[in-house]
Design a protein. Structure first.
Length: 71
């Protein structure tokens, strides 16, 4: 598990370890914050299909599911 700064996730690129529906590369398009301004979730957009999904930003730290950058 690697450390991520949630405030710097916007527009970062990610590769899914196990792609589904040919969606392998993703871009963080939006950060969802609580009332105190702390990042809680992020919206990932699939580059191929432009489908969006909302996940807990901490899931991106799981190296069994995500790699930082496009590979």
């Amino acid at each position: 598990m690697h450390q991520l700064n949630p405030n710097k996730l916007n527009l970062s690129k990610w590769t899914a370890i196990e792609p589904q529906n040919r969606e392998k590369h993703f871009l963080v398009t939006t950060l969802i914050r609580d009332e105190a301004g702390v990042v809680q979730q992020c919206i990932l957009e699939a580059v191929l299909t432009h489908r969006e999904q909302t996940i807990d930003w901490q899931q991106l730290q799981d190296s069994q599911r995500w790699l930082q950058g496009w590979r």
